[in-house]
Design a protein around this ligand. Structure first.
Ligand code: ADP
Ligand code: MG
Length: 678
C-alpha cells in the first residue's frame, strides 16, 4: 500500500480557475469558457483533412476548438450556437488566432453559474489535477479516481517519526499530509513550485527520504570514528625533505586538502576520507605526503589501484621519491613470480617494507602487514565497500584514504560515499592550458592525422584510442591492431608507434608504458586500458575513434591523459557515421566543457546515478521521490540534521527516539549493521 501511495503524479494540470479567453497562455492544459458563436465541419487547407470546428467567445476574445476524429451527428447535436461551454484543453496561438485540439468539454447545467460548476466535480476542475504515468488500457480519469480514493483512505495512516524540531526548522508537512498533497496539491500552491518539484509537499517527501538515508550513513560513519585508531604525529621528518625535492610548489587546493588529511590522521580515530579531484589535479603527491606521515610514525602504507597498469604507474611515481628518502617500496602484482612474491610477503610481514603498491593482489589473504597505518585506494568507483573493508582488516583500524578522479557531483558523493568525509582538490596546478576539443566526422580524418603529425614533429607524443568494438576482447584487439598496422605503415611511417591492449601480459604492458613515458614511443595506439591515471606530461594530442561509444565520464578520463604539461593540447573526437543524436549530444558536452564537475552533472542528467557508479557496488538506493540533480540542497540539509542527531547521546538510547530508530531499521532493511541501536 505504501508503495502505491508513492506512485506520484508525473505533473499537474492547473485547473483551479476558469480563465478568460484573453488570458490563455501556451502552457499546458487550462480551463476556459465561452458562448458558442459558430460550429460546423470544414477541411484543413493543406492536407484536406476533415475536421469539426467550434468557435467560442467571451468579452476578451475567441478561440476555435478543433476535432479531427468525431461522429458528426453527435457533434451537431452537442455543439449548438448560443450554448455556454466550458473547455479543458491546451491552447495554442498562431498570431492573433487561438485554437485548442480535442479539448474536454462540459456544459453548465440549467441555472448553474461558473463558480458552482467549478466546485461541482473535483475530478474535472476547480483544483490542480494530477497526471499519472499510465498503465496500458487505463484512462487518466480512471487512474485519478482510483488514486483519489486510495490517498484519501490511506495517506492519513502514514507518518514519519522525524523530530518535530527538525520538521519545523525546514518547514515540512506531516508525512501523511505531504503524500496527500503530492497527489492533490492544495489550491494555494504555486504552479511554478509544482512544476519545478519544489513545493512543500514534495520537499517534505524528499527530505524524509534523504534524512533516513543520511541517518544510516551517519551511524556507519560514527561506528568508524568511535573506534580507536592511530593518533599520528606530524614530524616532517620525510614530508619536509620531499617538499624541498618536488619540482613544484603545492597548490593552495593541495595544501588545504593535505591539512584536512593531517587533522584526520592526528585524531585518535581512524580516518575515512574520500579525496576527490579532477584528472590532473595532483592527487598523487597529496597521497604521497599522507603516506610519509604514516611512515614517519613507524607504520606501513598500502596503495591499491584498480588495474595492473595503474598500480605499476603509481609504483613508478612513488619509488624514486621514497628511495631518495631512504625508504623501501615494493610492487606486488598478480604476475609477480612466486619466488619473489614469497620474499616480498616476508618483508612486508617483518615490517622492513614501508610501502606496498599493487592491484587487488594486495588485498589477498596472504598479504600480512606488521603494522598497517594507512591504506590508500585509487579510483574508488572501481571498488566496492567490501574491498574497502578488506583493506581496513589488514591492520588494526588503519586510516583510509580513497581517491577518485571521477568528478561526482557533490550530491551524489554524499549519497554514494556518505560515510566518508570529503576533500576536494578543486583547482588544477598552474600553467595548464585547457585541452582544445573538437568533434570530427569521417571527412575530417586527414585533418586529424595532420594535427597529430604536427604535434609529433614538435617532439610531443600522442594517443589514438579505440573503443570496445563488440563484447569480445578479440574484436576489440582486432580494431586496434588493424588500425595500428595501417597507421604505422601508411600514415606515420617516420615515427615509432606502440600498441597497448588488454591481452598483453602485465609486464609487457608495463614495458610499453615505460618506453612511452621515456619518449621512445611517439604515438601509442591503445584500447581503453589506458583510461585511468596514466601520466605522461609530454603527450599533447589524443584522437578517440568512435568517440560516441564512450560514456561521458570515460571520455573525460581519457582526455585527462593529455593537457598535463604546459603545451596546449588537443583532443579529437571522431564521430562515426551512425552516431545517434544522444551520442552527438554527449560529444557536444565534451567540446563545450573541460570542467569535470560540469561534465559529471551532464552525465548524471543523461544516465542517472546508478549507471555512473555501477549501482550494485555503489550501494546507492533507487529513490522514490528524490532526484539527485534537482534536490541536492535538500540532501545537504537532511545530511546536516542527520549527522547532528547521531551526535546526541539521547538518540541511541532515549525513549523519545524509539520510533525513529525503528523506522530507520525498517527502511535500511538488513543493510545497516547497527550494533549501537537498542
Ligand atoms: P591526478 O590527480 O589525476 O592523479 P597527478 O597526481 O597524476 O593527477 O598529477 C598530474 C600532473 O601534475 C603530474 O605530472 C604532477 O607531477 C603534476 N603536479 C602535481 N601537483 C603539481 C603542482 N602543485 N604544480 C605543478 N604540477 C603539479
Ligand atoms: Mg592519479
Amino acid at each position: 500500500m505504501e508503495s502505491a501511495l508513492y506512485h506520484l503524479p508525473l505533473r499537474y494540470e492547473d485547473r483551479r480557475h476558469i480563465l478568460k479567453i484573453g488570458q490563455l497562455r501556451e502552457q499546458g492544459v487550462q480551463v476556459f469558457s465561452g458562448i458558442i458563436i459558430a460550429a460546423g465541419e470544414s477541411q484543413t487547407t493543406r492536407q484536406r483533412k476533415r475536421l469539426y470546428e467550434v468557435v467560442i467567445s467571451d468579452d476578451t476574445g475567441k478561440i476555435s476548438l478543433k476535432w479531427f476524429h468525431y461522429r458528426k451527428p453527435f457533434m451537431q447535436q452537442r455543439f449548438t450556437v448560443g450554448r455556454q461551454l466550458i473547455a479543458i484543453g491546451e491552447p495554442r496561438r498562431f498570431g492573433a488566432h487561438r485554437e485548442a485540439h480535442h479539448p474536454e468539454t462540459e456544459f453548465l447545467q440549467a441555472g448553474q453559474n461558473l463558480t458552482d460548476a467549478l466546485i461541482a466535480d473535483p475530478l474535472v476542475f476547480g483544483c490542480y489535477l494530477p497526471v499519472y504515468a499510465l498503465t496500458e488500457g487505463l484512462h487518466q480519469k480512471t487512474v485519478r479516481r482510483i488514486w483519489r480514493d486510495l490517498v484519501k483512505d490511506f495517506a492519513p495512516l502514514i507518518s514519519s517519526p522525524i523530530p518535530e524540531a527538525i520538521r519545523r526548522r525546514h518547514d515540512l508537512l506531516p508525512l501523511g499530509q505531504a503524500v496527500e498533497q503530492a497527489h492533490w496539491p492544495s489550491n494555494d500552491t504555486s504552479f511554478e513550485a509544482l512544476e519545478s518539484g519544489t513545493d512543500r509537499a514534495r520537499r517534505t517527501l524528499v527530505f524524509d527520504e534523504f534524512f533516513f538515508l543520511e541517518l544510516g550513513l551517519a551511524l556507519r560513519r560514527q561506528g568508524v570514528t568511535l573506534e580507536k585508531g592511530f593518533s599520528f604525529k606530524v614530524e616532517h621528518r620525510y614530508t619536509a625533505p620531499l617538499a624541498r625535492m618536488l619540482p613544484f610548489q603545492l597548490t593552495t587546493a593541495q595544501r588545504r586538502v593535505l591539512g584536512e588529511i593531517k587533522l584526520d590522521m592526528m585524531a585518535p580515530h581512524p580516518m575515512n576520507r574520500l579525496l576527490q579531484g579532477d584528472v590532473g589535479s595532483g592527487k598523487t603527491v597529496v597521497a604521497l605526503m599522507s603516506a610519509l606521515i604514516a611512515i614517519e610514525n613507524g607504520t606501513q602504507v598500502a596503495v591499491v589501484a584498480p588495474t595492473e597498469i595503474l598500480a605499476e604507474q603509481h609504483f613508478l611515481q612513488f619509488q624514486p621519491w621514497l628511495e631518495k628518502l631512504g625508504l623501501s617500496v615494493v610492487h606486488l602484482s598478480g604476475s609477480t613470480p612466486q619466488k619473489n612474491r614469497k620474499e616480498i610477503l616476508q618483508r612486508i610481514a617483518a615490517g622492513t617494507v614501508h610501502m606496498v603498491v599493487g592491484p587487488h593482489a594486495v588485498l589477498q589473504e596472504s598479504v600480512r602487514f606488521k603494522q598497517l597505518g594507512l591504506g590508500i585506494i585509487d579510483e574508488q568507483h572501481r571498488f566496492g565497500v567490501r574491498q574497502r573493508a578488506a583493506l581496513r582488516n589488514k591492520g588494526r583500524h588503519p586510516d583510509l584514504l580513497v581517491m577518485t578522479a571521477t568528478p561526482i557531483p557533490r550530491s551524489l558523493a554524499l549519497t554514494a560515499y556518505g560515510d566518508l568525509a570529503l576533500s576536494v582538490v578543486d583547482a588544477l596546478p598552474p600553467g595548464r592550458t585547457p585541452v582544445q576539443t573538437q568533434m570530427l566526422g569521417e571527412c575530417d580524418r586527414q585533418r586529424a592525422y595532420q594535427k597529430i603529425h604536427e604535434e609529433l614533429a614538435e617532439g610531443r607524443q600522442g594517443y589514438i584510442i579505440y573503443p570496445l568494438v563488440e563484447e569480445t576482447e578479440k574484436s576489440d584487439l582486432l580494431a586496434a591492431s588493424e588500425g595500428y598496422d595501417y597507421l604505422r605503415r601508411q600514415i606515420f611511417p617516420q615515427f615509432t608507434l606502440g600498441l597497448l591492449h588488454g591481452r598483453l601480459k602485465a609486464d609487457e604492458k608495463a614495458q610499453l608504458m615505460r618506453e612511452f613515458k621515456a619518449g621512445h614511443i611517439h604515438l601509442l595506439v591503445s584500447t581503453t586500458v589506458i583510461e585511468v591515471g596514466i601520466d605522461v606530461p609530454n603527450a599533447s594530442v589524443m584522437m578517440i575513434e568512435h568517440a560516441e561509444r564512450f560514456g561521458l565520464a570515460q571520455l573525460h578520463q581519457l582526455r585527462g591523459r593529455v593537457g598535463r604539461g604546459v603545451a596546449s593540447s588537443h583532443c579529437l573526437l571522431m564521430r562515426s557515421e551512425r552516431c545517434s543524436d544522444e551520442g552527438r549530444n554527449r560529444l557536444e558536452v565534451m567540446v563545450a566543457h573541460t570542467d569535470g564537475f560540469r561534465i559529471a552533472e551532464a552525465d548524471l542528467a543523461i544516465r542517472g546515478p546508478g549507471e555512473i557508479l555501477g549501482t550494485r557496488q555503489s550501494g546507492i538506493p533507487d529513490f522514490r521521490v528524490a532526484n539527485l540533480l534537482r534536490d541536492g540542497h535538500v540532501l545537504e540539509e537532511a545530511r546536516q540534521e542527520a549527522f547532528q542527531l547521531v551526535e546526541n547521546p539521547e538518540f541511541a538510547q532515549g525513549k523519545a527516539y524509539a520510533d525513529l530508530r525503528r523506522e530507520l531499521v525498517r527502511r535500511w532493511g538488513g543493510r545497516l549493521e547497527l550494533a549501537s541501536l537498542g
